[in-house]
Design a protein around this ligand. Structure first.
Ligand code: FES
Length: 64
């Protein structure tokens, strides 16, 4: 599924980049070589990035 139509960013690619880079949607888009265009996807992208960041933090806490 595409999260960002303007940049053809798929959810799985966004999740992978979020785990590697984290930060704001704009930062993760930049890591993928894109910049937001219409910005209608940013709320959903932020939610997905937050999910991945929390998942990574929870995994690190469990491993400690
Ligand atoms: S849908 Fe992502 S910038 Fe337009």
């Amino acid at each position: 599924m595409y999260v960002c139509i303007c940049n053809a960013i798929r959810e799985k690619d966004l999740r992978t980049a979020a785990r590697c880079c984290g930060g704001s949607a704009e930062a993760v888009y930049a890591a993928l070589g894109h910049t937001p265009q219409c910005c209608q996807c940013l709320d959903e992208a932020e939610d997905i990035i937050a999910e991945e960041t929390m998942t990574g933090s929870a995994a690190l806490s469990a491993a400690a």
